[in-house]
Design a binder for this molecule. Structure first.
Ligand code: DAH
Length: 324
Protein backbone atom coordinates (compact mmCIF):
# COMPACT_ATOMS: atom_id res chain seq x y z
CA UNK A 1 0.00 0.00 0.00
CA UNK A 2 2.72 2.48 0.97
CA UNK A 3 4.56 1.74 -2.26
CA UNK A 4 1.38 2.36 -4.25
CA UNK A 5 0.86 5.68 -2.47
CA UNK A 6 4.34 6.95 -3.15
CA UNK A 7 4.06 5.82 -6.81
CA UNK A 8 0.83 7.78 -7.26
CA UNK A 9 2.36 10.81 -5.51
CA UNK A 10 5.35 10.70 -7.84
CA UNK A 11 3.13 10.40 -10.94
CA UNK A 12 1.00 13.29 -9.70
CA UNK A 13 4.09 15.47 -9.31
CA UNK A 14 5.19 14.68 -12.87
CA UNK A 15 1.73 15.26 -14.32
CA UNK A 16 1.37 18.56 -12.49
CA UNK A 17 4.56 19.82 -14.12
CA UNK A 18 3.09 19.19 -17.55
CA UNK A 19 -0.08 21.24 -17.07
CA UNK A 20 -0.27 24.06 -19.63
CA UNK A 21 -3.95 24.78 -20.15
CA UNK A 22 -7.32 24.93 -18.42
CA UNK A 23 -8.26 21.64 -20.10
CA UNK A 24 -5.14 19.99 -18.71
CA UNK A 25 -6.02 21.12 -15.14
CA UNK A 26 -9.45 19.52 -15.44
CA UNK A 27 -8.05 16.32 -16.97
CA UNK A 28 -5.59 16.13 -14.08
CA UNK A 29 -8.35 16.58 -11.51
CA UNK A 30 -10.38 13.75 -13.05
CA UNK A 31 -7.33 11.47 -13.34
CA UNK A 32 -6.56 11.73 -9.62
CA UNK A 33 -9.64 12.91 -7.75
CA UNK A 34 -12.46 11.80 -10.08
CA UNK A 35 -14.74 8.83 -9.27
CA UNK A 36 -12.19 6.42 -10.66
CA UNK A 37 -9.22 8.66 -10.04
CA UNK A 38 -5.92 7.22 -8.90
CA UNK A 39 -6.16 8.76 -5.45
CA UNK A 40 -9.85 7.89 -5.11
CA UNK A 41 -8.97 4.25 -5.83
CA UNK A 42 -6.41 4.31 -2.99
CA UNK A 43 -9.02 5.71 -0.61
CA UNK A 44 -11.28 2.78 -1.59
CA UNK A 45 -8.55 0.38 -0.51
CA UNK A 46 -8.29 1.99 2.93
CA UNK A 47 -10.87 -0.48 4.29
CA UNK A 48 -8.52 -3.39 3.63
CA UNK A 49 -5.60 -1.83 5.46
CA UNK A 50 -4.79 -3.46 8.86
CA UNK A 51 -6.24 -1.36 11.71
CA UNK A 52 -2.85 -0.51 13.19
CA UNK A 53 -1.72 1.08 9.91
CA UNK A 54 -5.04 2.67 9.01
CA UNK A 55 -4.46 5.96 10.82
CA UNK A 56 -1.06 6.51 9.28
CA UNK A 57 -2.12 5.52 5.74
CA UNK A 58 -5.32 7.60 6.01
CA UNK A 59 -3.31 10.66 7.09
CA UNK A 60 -0.92 10.14 4.22
CA UNK A 61 -3.76 9.92 1.67
CA UNK A 62 -5.41 13.05 3.07
CA UNK A 63 -2.14 14.93 2.91
CA UNK A 64 -1.82 14.05 -0.79
CA UNK A 65 -5.45 14.91 -1.43
CA UNK A 66 -5.03 18.35 0.10
CA UNK A 67 -1.85 18.94 -1.84
CA UNK A 68 -3.58 17.98 -5.09
CA UNK A 69 -6.62 20.14 -4.36
CA UNK A 70 -4.61 23.21 -3.52
CA UNK A 71 -2.39 22.67 -6.58
CA UNK A 72 -5.50 22.42 -8.78
CA UNK A 73 -6.90 25.62 -7.23
CA UNK A 74 -3.65 27.42 -7.87
CA UNK A 75 -3.54 26.31 -11.51
CA UNK A 76 -7.15 27.38 -12.03
CA UNK A 77 -6.23 30.89 -10.91
CA UNK A 78 -3.12 31.02 -13.08
CA UNK A 79 -4.40 29.49 -16.29
CA UNK A 80 -6.85 31.76 -18.09
CA UNK A 81 -9.88 29.91 -19.44
CA UNK A 82 -8.92 28.23 -22.69
CA UNK A 83 -5.61 30.04 -22.91
CA UNK A 84 -1.94 29.69 -22.08
CA UNK A 85 -0.81 29.73 -18.44
CA UNK A 86 -0.84 33.25 -17.01
CA UNK A 87 2.84 33.04 -16.22
CA UNK A 88 3.55 32.81 -19.98
CA UNK A 89 1.97 36.21 -20.59
CA UNK A 90 4.66 38.87 -20.31
CA UNK A 91 2.99 42.25 -20.19
CA UNK A 92 6.34 44.04 -20.50
CA UNK A 93 6.80 42.81 -24.09
CA UNK A 94 6.14 45.44 -26.79
CA UNK A 95 2.68 45.23 -28.36
CA UNK A 96 2.01 43.83 -31.82
CA UNK A 97 1.66 46.66 -34.30
CA UNK A 98 -1.18 46.31 -36.75
CA UNK A 99 0.21 46.63 -40.28
CA UNK A 100 0.03 50.20 -41.50
CA UNK A 101 0.09 51.35 -45.10
CA UNK A 102 2.38 54.05 -46.42
CA UNK A 103 2.81 56.08 -49.57
CA UNK A 104 4.48 54.16 -52.39
CA UNK A 105 7.84 55.56 -53.50
CA UNK A 106 6.44 56.38 -56.95
CA UNK A 107 3.61 58.33 -55.39
CA UNK A 108 6.05 60.07 -53.05
CA UNK A 109 8.15 61.05 -56.07
CA UNK A 110 5.09 62.37 -57.91
CA UNK A 111 4.06 64.36 -54.83
CA UNK A 112 7.52 65.84 -54.44
CA UNK A 113 7.69 66.87 -58.12
CA UNK A 114 4.14 68.24 -58.05
CA UNK A 115 5.12 70.21 -54.94
CA UNK A 116 8.04 71.86 -56.72
CA UNK A 117 5.87 72.84 -59.68
CA UNK A 118 3.03 73.92 -57.44
CA UNK A 119 5.38 76.44 -55.81
CA UNK A 120 6.00 77.80 -59.32
CA UNK A 121 2.26 78.19 -59.86
CA UNK A 122 1.52 74.97 -61.76
CA UNK A 123 -1.75 73.22 -61.10
CA UNK A 124 -1.87 69.39 -60.99
CA UNK A 125 -4.51 67.81 -63.24
CA UNK A 126 -5.32 64.28 -64.33
CA UNK A 127 -6.60 62.64 -67.49
CA UNK A 128 -7.97 59.21 -68.39
CA UNK A 129 -5.75 56.19 -69.09
CA UNK A 130 -8.11 54.84 -71.74
CA UNK A 131 -7.84 57.30 -74.58
CA UNK A 132 -8.62 57.99 -78.19
CA UNK A 133 -6.25 58.05 -81.17
CA UNK A 134 -7.00 61.74 -81.42
CA UNK A 135 -5.62 62.61 -77.95
CA UNK A 136 -2.68 60.19 -78.03
CA UNK A 137 -1.60 60.78 -81.64
CA UNK A 138 -3.43 63.01 -84.10
CA UNK A 139 -3.83 66.12 -81.94
CA UNK A 140 -0.21 65.76 -80.86
CA UNK A 141 0.89 66.15 -84.47
CA UNK A 142 1.58 62.45 -84.95
CA UNK A 143 -0.28 61.53 -88.17
CA UNK A 144 -1.41 57.95 -88.73
CA UNK A 145 1.35 57.14 -91.18
CA UNK A 146 4.15 58.99 -89.37
CA UNK A 147 7.12 56.85 -88.30
CA UNK A 148 7.21 58.51 -84.87
CA UNK A 149 4.00 56.63 -84.07
CA UNK A 150 6.15 53.58 -83.51
CA UNK A 151 7.91 55.26 -80.58
CA UNK A 152 4.55 55.83 -78.91
CA UNK A 153 2.87 52.58 -79.92
CA UNK A 154 0.45 51.17 -77.38
CA UNK A 155 -2.32 48.67 -76.56
CA UNK A 156 -5.65 48.99 -78.34
CA UNK A 157 -9.10 48.04 -77.12
CA UNK A 158 -11.57 46.23 -79.34
CA UNK A 159 -13.69 49.39 -79.41
CA UNK A 160 -11.15 51.56 -81.19
CA UNK A 161 -9.74 53.07 -78.03
CA UNK A 162 -6.24 52.69 -76.62
CA UNK A 163 -4.22 52.90 -73.42
CA UNK A 164 -2.38 56.21 -73.55
CA UNK A 165 1.32 55.78 -74.21
CA UNK A 166 2.19 59.27 -72.97
CA UNK A 167 0.69 61.80 -70.59
CA UNK A 168 0.89 64.36 -73.40
CA UNK A 169 -2.77 63.45 -73.99
CA UNK A 170 -3.63 65.60 -71.00
CA UNK A 171 -2.20 68.70 -72.74
CA UNK A 172 -4.83 68.22 -75.43
CA UNK A 173 -7.68 67.64 -72.97
CA UNK A 174 -6.84 70.70 -70.90
CA UNK A 175 -6.35 72.98 -73.93
CA UNK A 176 -9.63 71.86 -75.47
CA UNK A 177 -11.43 72.64 -72.24
CA UNK A 178 -9.78 75.89 -71.20
CA UNK A 179 -8.31 79.08 -72.57
CA UNK A 180 -4.81 80.38 -71.80
CA UNK A 181 -3.10 81.29 -69.55
CA UNK A 182 -2.37 77.70 -68.51
CA UNK A 183 0.22 76.25 -66.16
CA UNK A 184 -0.43 72.59 -65.51
CA UNK A 185 1.33 69.36 -64.74
CA UNK A 186 -0.29 65.97 -65.29
CA UNK A 187 1.06 62.88 -63.52
CA UNK A 188 -0.20 59.42 -64.36
CA UNK A 189 0.25 55.95 -65.80
CA UNK A 190 1.17 55.25 -69.39
CA UNK A 191 1.38 51.98 -71.32
CA UNK A 192 3.71 50.60 -73.98
CA UNK A 193 3.97 47.09 -75.44
CA UNK A 194 7.57 46.77 -74.22
CA UNK A 195 9.08 43.48 -73.12
CA UNK A 196 9.54 43.65 -69.36
CA UNK A 197 13.13 43.70 -68.11
CA UNK A 198 15.19 45.59 -65.52
CA UNK A 199 14.62 48.91 -67.26
CA UNK A 200 11.35 48.39 -69.18
CA UNK A 201 7.78 47.87 -68.13
CA UNK A 202 4.54 47.72 -70.11
CA UNK A 203 3.19 50.29 -67.63
CA UNK A 204 5.04 53.18 -66.03
CA UNK A 205 4.45 56.72 -64.81
CA UNK A 206 5.07 60.06 -66.45
CA UNK A 207 4.58 63.66 -65.52
CA UNK A 208 3.62 66.04 -68.27
CA UNK A 209 3.94 69.80 -68.04
CA UNK A 210 2.40 72.59 -70.09
CA UNK A 211 2.56 76.35 -69.90
CA UNK A 212 0.65 78.46 -72.43
CA UNK A 213 0.15 82.21 -72.67
CA UNK A 214 0.76 84.79 -75.38
CA UNK A 215 4.30 85.68 -74.29
CA UNK A 216 5.85 82.40 -73.14
CA UNK A 217 9.28 81.90 -74.68
CA UNK A 218 11.97 79.25 -74.74
CA UNK A 219 13.71 81.20 -71.95
CA UNK A 220 10.74 80.45 -69.69
CA UNK A 221 11.14 76.76 -70.48
CA UNK A 222 14.82 76.94 -69.57
CA UNK A 223 14.19 78.93 -66.40
CA UNK A 224 11.39 76.72 -65.10
CA UNK A 225 13.13 73.42 -65.84
CA UNK A 226 16.47 74.64 -64.48
CA UNK A 227 14.82 75.59 -61.24
CA UNK A 228 12.89 72.32 -61.12
CA UNK A 229 15.96 70.13 -61.65
CA UNK A 230 17.99 72.04 -59.07
CA UNK A 231 15.20 71.72 -56.53
CA UNK A 232 14.97 67.99 -57.17
CA UNK A 233 18.62 67.03 -57.55
CA UNK A 234 20.36 69.80 -55.57
CA UNK A 235 21.42 73.38 -56.24
CA UNK A 236 24.79 72.36 -57.69
CA UNK A 237 23.25 70.20 -60.42
CA UNK A 238 24.74 70.76 -63.89
CA UNK A 239 22.17 70.78 -66.68
CA UNK A 240 22.56 70.35 -70.43
CA UNK A 241 20.06 70.98 -73.25
CA UNK A 242 20.42 68.80 -76.35
CA UNK A 243 18.50 69.33 -79.60
CA UNK A 244 16.00 66.53 -80.23
CA UNK A 245 12.79 65.77 -82.09
CA UNK A 246 9.29 65.40 -80.72
CA UNK A 247 6.28 65.69 -83.02
CA UNK A 248 4.38 67.97 -80.63
CA UNK A 249 7.14 70.51 -79.93
CA UNK A 250 9.28 72.65 -82.21
CA UNK A 251 12.06 73.21 -81.39
CA UNK A 252 12.48 70.21 -79.09
CA UNK A 253 15.18 69.35 -76.57
CA UNK A 254 16.25 66.59 -74.32
CA UNK A 255 17.58 67.75 -70.98
CA UNK A 256 20.40 65.92 -69.24
CA UNK A 257 21.82 66.27 -65.76
CA UNK A 258 25.43 65.58 -64.92
CA UNK A 259 25.74 62.28 -63.10
CA UNK A 260 29.19 61.23 -61.99
CA UNK A 261 31.44 61.58 -65.02
CA UNK A 262 28.61 61.35 -67.55
CA UNK A 263 25.25 62.86 -68.44
CA UNK A 264 21.82 61.33 -67.93
CA UNK A 265 18.70 62.17 -69.88
CA UNK A 266 15.94 63.33 -67.55
CA UNK A 267 13.37 65.29 -69.54
CA UNK A 268 11.93 65.83 -72.99
CA UNK A 269 10.69 69.34 -73.70
CA UNK A 270 10.13 72.02 -76.29
CA UNK A 271 8.01 74.89 -77.54
CA UNK A 272 4.48 73.75 -78.34
CA UNK A 273 4.19 73.07 -82.09
CA UNK A 274 1.73 75.49 -83.80
CA UNK A 275 -0.01 72.44 -85.32
CA UNK A 276 -0.98 71.34 -81.80
CA UNK A 277 -2.48 74.76 -81.05
CA UNK A 278 -4.39 74.42 -84.33
CA UNK A 279 -5.76 71.01 -83.32
CA UNK A 280 -7.14 72.31 -80.00
CA UNK A 281 -8.62 75.44 -81.54
CA UNK A 282 -6.14 78.01 -80.23
CA UNK A 283 -4.99 80.84 -82.50
CA UNK A 284 -1.51 79.67 -83.43
CA UNK A 285 -0.41 83.23 -84.22
CA UNK A 286 -1.09 84.30 -80.64
CA UNK A 287 -0.65 81.23 -78.42
CA UNK A 288 2.88 80.57 -77.17
CA UNK A 289 3.90 77.80 -74.84
CA UNK A 290 6.25 75.09 -73.79
CA UNK A 291 5.70 71.50 -72.77
CA UNK A 292 7.77 68.82 -71.11
CA UNK A 293 7.55 65.21 -70.06
CA UNK A 294 9.50 63.03 -67.66
CA UNK A 295 9.51 59.45 -66.43
CA UNK A 296 8.82 59.04 -62.71
CA UNK A 297 10.38 55.59 -62.31
CA UNK A 298 13.61 56.75 -63.91
CA UNK A 299 13.93 59.65 -61.48
CA UNK A 300 13.11 57.52 -58.44
CA UNK A 301 15.62 54.87 -59.58
CA UNK A 302 18.38 57.43 -59.99
CA UNK A 303 17.80 59.15 -56.70
CA UNK A 304 17.55 55.96 -54.65
CA UNK A 305 19.99 53.70 -56.49
CA UNK A 306 17.27 51.25 -57.55
CA UNK A 307 18.56 48.93 -60.25
CA UNK A 308 15.42 47.16 -61.43
CA UNK A 309 12.14 48.84 -62.42
CA UNK A 310 10.19 45.69 -61.50
CA UNK A 311 10.75 46.39 -57.78
CA UNK A 312 8.14 49.15 -58.02
CA UNK A 313 5.33 46.81 -58.99
CA UNK A 314 5.97 43.61 -57.03
CA UNK A 315 4.63 44.81 -53.67
CA UNK A 316 7.54 43.22 -51.84
CA UNK A 317 7.40 44.79 -48.38
CA UNK A 318 11.17 44.43 -47.97
CA UNK A 319 11.51 46.87 -50.85
CA UNK A 320 8.62 49.16 -49.97
CA UNK A 321 9.54 49.52 -46.28
CA UNK A 322 12.84 51.16 -47.20
CA UNK A 323 10.94 54.22 -48.36
CA UNK A 324 8.42 54.70 -45.56
N1 DAH B 1 5.61 62.34 -74.44
C1 DAH B 1 7.05 62.19 -74.50
C2 DAH B 1 7.40 60.72 -74.27
O1 DAH B 1 6.58 59.98 -73.84
C3 DAH B 1 7.70 63.04 -73.45
C4 DAH B 1 7.64 64.48 -73.84
C5 DAH B 1 8.65 65.04 -74.57
C6 DAH B 1 6.56 65.27 -73.47
C7 DAH B 1 8.62 66.38 -74.93
C8 DAH B 1 6.50 66.60 -73.82
C9 DAH B 1 7.57 67.14 -74.58
O2 DAH B 1 5.50 67.39 -73.50
O3 DAH B 1 7.51 68.46 -74.91
O4 DAH B 1 8.51 60.34 -74.53
Amino acid sequence: MKDQISRVEKEAREDLAKIDSAEAVEAFRIAYLGKKGKLTELFKQLGAVPPEEKKEVGAELNRIKQWLESSIDEFRKKVPQGGAPAEMFDETLPGIRPPQGSTHLLQQTIQEISGIFSRMGFETVEGPEIETEFHNFTALNIPLDHPSRDAFDTFYTTHGQLLRSQTSTVQIRVMKERKPPLKIIAPGRVYRPDTVDASHSFMFHQIEGLMVDDRVTFSDLKGVLHLFLRELFGSQTKIRFRPHFFPFTEPSVEIDIQWGKGWLEILGAGSVDPNVFDEVGYDKDIARGFAFGLGVERIAMLRHGINDIRHFYENDLRFLRQFV
